[in-house]
Design a protein around this ligand. Structure first.
Ligand SMILES: [Zn+2]
Length: 498
């Protein structure tokens, strides 16, 4: 008699057995069928064993396992997944398990393994497209080709349901963590607004004025006076410098600044990697405000970027008063935000869809098609205008590409939905960074555009007492008037959907 182990299960077999297949079947159903044997102290055997050993014995392993699978999955398997019975939730779960990402937007039940999810989905598939025997064959061998078929069926069956299910989870998360302000109080397209404003200034190229770390340091003291900062801020800054807590690196590559806790003494330090110009100064202001808020106890993490972005914008205004041009100020801020913009650009569709979902609920395929058509029409009109301009100048004009057929648009929209679904699953903390940035920018811009520097003293109080605020109480404190363009945007949205 021979003996092998599959995970913790001991398997006895004879030379005649096809042990590779047996091991494969056990592995494929380990979590749901075989793990319990281990827990109860049983081993498994295809040949007769002594009475005194705890042993499950099957003469005809493959046939008996088929029966076991049928009994188990058809009669008890339903209860195993509790509230994960609906297909779209299962599909989202499967994608999550396949990606291996710990996604902050989903409450994942880690007791439910990928094997369990796959099994329950397969059961639904064969109920709709096959027989119990087909299902048992699949459960035993998990043929990859068959897996692909099941995945395709799943995607086609519940594409938009899954997308809305995910939007729902993200919306819940955002509401629970104080981000809902973005959806309820600002114009429809905060995302687009932010991207556009920075995108425009980024298209121009300026030579920004050079600024050394020493100059930044000197300017920073002036800035503290300019905002009438409490004396403690100057002391904190001096303390940071004394312990070499601020590092500057000049780079030709991408800029990146951080305020982070170093591993050695668990103290926060500031690292500024900048292009040797005025951007370094705005970075220092941004990171210094992070440093001060990090000194307070834990706060609502939706506001993690808000005070820093606010003071960074004040720093840009300060530069202007120091005699720099508006263009330099714009470009400084734009260049500072390049990384954020990169994140936002890649995620703009899903930001827009989350926002729409939070405002009016489920997004249907028809909604997405209508939006898509609308966008294509805008692009088409722009191109047409451009061609007319060329014609007027007597330049050669190539005929415009035909407007895509409705079938083509439908296909594109479905693909876009699949892509966005995947993006939600794998985007992880990136998406959250994007939200912190958007919320911070939205609040900071509203406050500064409505109250300017008069808001600085109150903001200094906010920095000291940040744990007691969320986005809505900030809006209340500063009496931010909600965007009056809101109604028009809502109306436009309705028109599109008709
Ligand atoms: Zn920041």
């Amino acid at each position: 008699m021979l003996k092998t182990k599959v995970n913790d299960l001991v398997v006895y077999y004879s030379e005649d057995d096809d042990i590779e297949t047996i091991v494969r079947i056990i592995k494929n159903n380990y979590d749901m069928l075989f793990k319990s044997y281990v827990d109860e102290g049983y081993s498994f055997s295809t040949v007769p064993r002594d009475e005194d050993e705890m042993c499950v014995h099957t003469d005809d392993f493959q046939k008996d396992i088929g029966y076991l699978i049928e009994q188990y999955y058809y009669f008890t398997g339903d209860n195993i997944l509790g509230n994960h019975e609906n297909l779209s939730a299962l599909y989202a779960m499967l994608l999550l398990q396949m990606s291996g990402v710990k996604n902050p937007f989903f409450d994942v039940d880690y007791e439910q393994t990928a094997e369990m999810t796959d099994t329950v989905i397969a059961k639904q598939y064969y109920l709709a497209n096959g027989t119990a025997e087909d299902f048992i064959e699949y459960a035993k061998y998990r043929d990859p080709e068959e897996s692909k078929k099941i995945l395709t069926w799943l995607r086609e069956t519940c594409r938009y349901e899954t997308y809305n299910y995910i939007l729902g989870r993200v919306a819940d998360f955002l509401r629970d963590n104080g981000f809902d302000y973005l959806a309820t109080s600002t114009s429809n397209n905060i995302f687009i607004d932010v991207i556009k404003s920075y995108g425009e200034s980024q298209e121009k190229e300026y030579d920004l004025p050079k600024m050394s770390p020493e100059e930044i340091d000197k300017l920073f003291y002036d800035f503290l006076k300019y905002i009438n900062a409490p004396d403690s801020w100057r002391k904190i800054y001096n303390g940071l410098k004394r312990k070499d807590g601020i590092e500057y690196t000049v780079t030709d590559g991408p800029e990146a600044s951080y305020c982070y806790r170093n591993d050695i003494d668990e103290d926060y330090i500031i690292s500024i990697k900048y292009n040797g110009t005025t951007t370094g100064f705005c970075s220092l202001v941004h990171e210094f405000i992070h440093y001060i808020t990090f000194l307070t106890e834990k706060f609502n993490f939706s506001l993690a970027e808000f005070p820093s972005i606010y003071f960074e914008k004040v720093a840009a205004n300060f530069l202007k008063e120091k005699g720099y041009s508006q263009e330099v100020v714009d470009e400084t801020i734009a260049s500072r935000n390049e990384n954020n913009i990169q994140i936002l650009m890649g995620l703009s569709t899903i930001f827009t869809d989350v926002n729409t979902y939070m405002k009016k609920g489920v997004i249907t395929r028809e909604d997405k098609i209508a939006l898509w058509q609308n966008q294509m029409m805008e692009v088409y009109n722009l191109r047409q205008k451009y061609q007319e301009q060329l014609k007027a100048l007597g330049k050669p004009v190539e005929p415009l590409a035909a407007f895509p057929s409705i079938e083509q648009i439908e296909r594109d929209v479905d693909i876009d939905c699949d892509d966005s679904t995947k993006q939600f699953i794998v985007s992880d903390l990136f998406l959250l960074d994007g939200y912190q940035y958007l919320l911070g920018t939205s609040l900071a811009e509203s406050i500064l555009s409505q109250q300017g520097n008069a808001s600085i003293p109150s903001m200094i109080d906010v920095v000291h007492d940040i744990p007691s605020y969320d986005a809505n109480s900030i809006a209340e404190k500063f009496g931010i008037i909600k965007d009056s363009g809101n109604k028009n945007n809502m109306k436009k949205e309705k028109d599109i959907n008709q």
